[in-house]
Design a protein around this ligand. Sequence first.
Ligand SMILES: [Zn+2]
Length: 330
Amino acid sequence: MNKLLIIVFILLTSIANRGSNSTPIQASQKLLHDNHVHIMSPQLIALWKSMGIPFSKADPYYSDIDTIFNVIKAQSLLLISMAYVYSSEEFGGNSGNVGSKVRDENNYLAMAKSKHPKKIKAFYGIDPLQEFALTEIERCHNELKLDGIKLHHNASQVYLTEAVHLEKIKAIFEYASNNRIPILMHFDNSHRKFGKRDVGLLADSVLSGLEYVNLQIAHFGTSGGFNQKTKETLDAFIELFQSNHPISKHTITFDISAVCLDKDAEGVSKLTNKDFDELAEYSRKLGFDRIVFGTDYPLYRGEEYLNLLITKLKLSEEEVINLLKNKNDL
Ligand SMILES: [Zn+2]
């Protein structure tokens, strides 16, 4: 039995044993749903290597779905295509043919999903500022039958404070609402002023009038780690939920991937003990009903990150069970 199964089994049996006549829950019912996992095509890996971006492991760890499943050991994955990087000045290599590269990358995601259709929810990468954004969404939704949209406001440099950007984001969320498509959004665009104002614009100008919203905000709202900006962003959302803002009725969750860092990662520093305590406080304030588990693989493996959360945030058994629930109907 691996470590994760042991932890989960202990948790479940101890909870199940509380009631007098309770039936023990099977450990197999309680494996991990990892809601933030990246996959890259061999072409994207080659492009990034040519740009000098370092890779610490062999290519299959990033590109091969069976290797990814073996390493993470999750029951199901929310798998993310990084197709949006091709239009990024910083990460796209500026080598032209962006439209066809985006399609190839999303096709690669579809191929991975076709190997484990019941265990993968596939989220295709979209740069909302590209002219073909909606066409690509329609193609991934109708032809490839993929499950959700992944937006990355830092890679795509999206500013809701810009009227043109706001209109484009609105069009995407409207299409998603009309077609009941979930969205995973990396919200932080790295601008120093990103925060409360952006949350307000998203809530009031994009989400509040929509009929269907199933939105997962990546990394607790910022770009990994846990800092002042993360706290301000979470506070702004919590305030809206508590004041019964129209968005309170929507399914809006926050994934904790890449937040609880015990190692430095891509320019984001690891947390101090004080940060871990504050993160625990904020997680409870937000509520585990709104938090979903994710590793940001290849950053962490499943059981490794779950153990880290349990230890550093001093989670109770009930909190762990609540955290691991599959809450966004995926
Ligand atoms: Zn990620």
